[in-house]
Design a protein around this ligand. Structure first.
Ligand code: C2E
Ligand code: SIN
Ligand code: SIN
Ligand code: FE
Ligand code: FE
Length: 405
């Protein structure tokens, strides 16, 4: 039994290390911990600073009663201070597991108390509880795993010593996986944040708003998904499209911000933004930045070979370039630019259709037009507001000390 349990544990450990999405990981950890201990319910708290954040809970009783979705809506994330009065707080502070056969009989003079509020509110009876600190490799507490009501048939029984032993080993594997997932999330969000800020810096000079790049990213992802690209490829396009115009950093203000039509000479300089962008992204080893480079270089190519800078034709144009080309033009047509007002929806659609097959890939345009409701939802969500246009001028008015915080 023990041997099987620990064998099982090894497999779970390997499975856990392959999940990088934190919410999915926490859910998987709880599911496995419930299986190891025949627990009806369970929750995970994570330590953040001096607080415990209630992150995830699973309950067979509630899932049967309400389904998973509704249960999750009811048990939203909340935070609490780490104090010895609560059971989870006590475990977080002492780093010792608690195995409580019956929470209803915890003596009044104990440091920690069982809080029956949720049980009362949702008609549940917590009896046995196994609460395990999740310690990382440095023996630092990163969270608390709380299991409720071990079942033997339909009967609630206390958790056994063996449950405690196996869950303790399990929770240290879980802690490592959680730490890795958090690091991945942090790197991903830092990556996105950096891309977004750099691209926005280029766009501020352009007097476009940061919303342009958000919209183009989302439009591109919607097109990719509806074209049938894999989730991973669609996301790669989402992450690589914000930098399509990063090369505008190298275009002089007099051209970039010219209120009227560009002369042929100015236009030739402007077209260099594709090559400058690709140069900025040269020699990267990261997949997403390689894609960004391809997008920067090819988002103004046209199907009939009249685009720039390479005059590529048809399938010589990489698919991500074709997708972002359409997303970008749609956004340029439907938004205000320094050189133009937004066009009406009818005019936008008619210009796109004029480009069918000569500017845009027919299949991609087709998919785009049949996704127009999804596209419009994004357009509303990230719509430009007047104040967004003034951000660049704003630095003269801000309190510089704010930037020190
Ligand atoms: P952008 O403003 O993001 O525009 C992207 C693309 O949308 C344009 O690529 C073009 O294909 C399409 N587009 C934009 N406005 C119109 C329009 O009124 N009619 C039609 N049919 N298509 C339109 P393009 O032309 O290669 O321009 C690349 C970038 O060069 C533009 O990015 C913008 O920053 C700049 N630009 C283009 N034309 C002018 C202009 O007349 N004045 C100024 N100041 N900048 C311009
Ligand atoms: C993500 O999708 O991984 C998060 C990106 C963000 O920080 O907005
Ligand atoms: C995503 O859709 O992957 C992220 C959305 C965002 O960060 O705006
Ligand atoms: Fe461009
Ligand atoms: Fe653009």
């Amino acid at each position: 039994m023990l041997t099987d349990g620990f064998k099982e544990l090894l497999n779970i450990g390997i499975a856990l290390s392959s999940v990088h999405d934190l919410d999915k990981l926490l859910d998987m950890i709880l599911t496995e911990a419930q299986k190891l201990t025949s627990a009806d319910s369970g929750s995970i708290y994570l330590v953040e600073g001096d607080k415990l954040i209630f992150k995830t809970s699973r309950s067979n009783t509630y899932f049967k009663r309400w389904g998973e979705k509704k249960t999750r809506e009811i048990f939203k994330s909340f935070e609490m201070p780490i104090t010895k009065q609560s059971i989870a707080g006590y475990v977080a502070l002492t780093c010792q597991p608690l195995n409580i056969p019956d929470v209803q009989t915890i003596p009044q003079d104990f440091e920690f108390h069982y809080n029956p509020t949720l049980d009362k509110k949702y008609d549940y009876k917590t009896v046995s509880m196994l609460v395990i600190p999740m310690l990382n490799r440095d023996e630092k507490i990163i969270g608390v795993l709380q299991l409720i009501n071990s079942l033997s048939g339909n009967k609630i029984v206390p958790f056994t010593d063996e449950h405690q032993k196996i869950t303790t080993s399990f929770s240290s594997q879980a802690a490592v996986a959680i730490q890795n997932a958090k690091l991945t999330e942090d790197l991903k969000s830092a990556h996105f944040d950096t891309i977004f800020r750099l691209s926005a810096a280029a766009e501020y000079r352009d007097k476009e708003t940061g919303n342009h790049i958000k919209r183009v990213s989302h439009y591109s992802k919607i097109i990719a998904e509806n074209l049938g690209l894999s989730q991973q490829d669609s996301e790669l396009i989402f992450w690589s499209s914000p930098m399509h115009d990063i090369g505008k950093l190298g275009i002089p203000d007099a051209i970039l911000q010219k209120p009227g039509k560009l002369t042929p000479e100015e236009r030739a300089v402007m077209e260099q933004h594709t090559v400058i962008g690709a140069m900025v992204l040269k020699d990267t080893t990261a997949d997403v930045l390689k894609k960004s480079r391809i997008v920067a270089l090819t988002h103004h190519e046209k199907m009939d070979g009249t685009g720039y800078p390479l005059k590529l034709k048809g399938n010589e144009i990489p698919i991500e370039g074709k997708i972002v080309a359409l997303a970008d033009v749609y956004d340029a047509l439907s938004s205000k630019r320094c050189y133009k007002e937004p066009f009406s929806d009818e005019k936008v659609i008619s210009i796109l259709k004029e480009g069918n097959g000569n500017h845009f890939d027919e299949k991609i345009l087709d998919v785009f037009l049949s996704s127009i409701n999804e596209i419009n939802t994004i357009r509303e969500k990230y719509s430009d507001k007047e104040e967004d246009f003034d951000k660049f001028a704003d630095f003269k008015n801000i309190n510089i000390l704010e930037l020190l915080k």
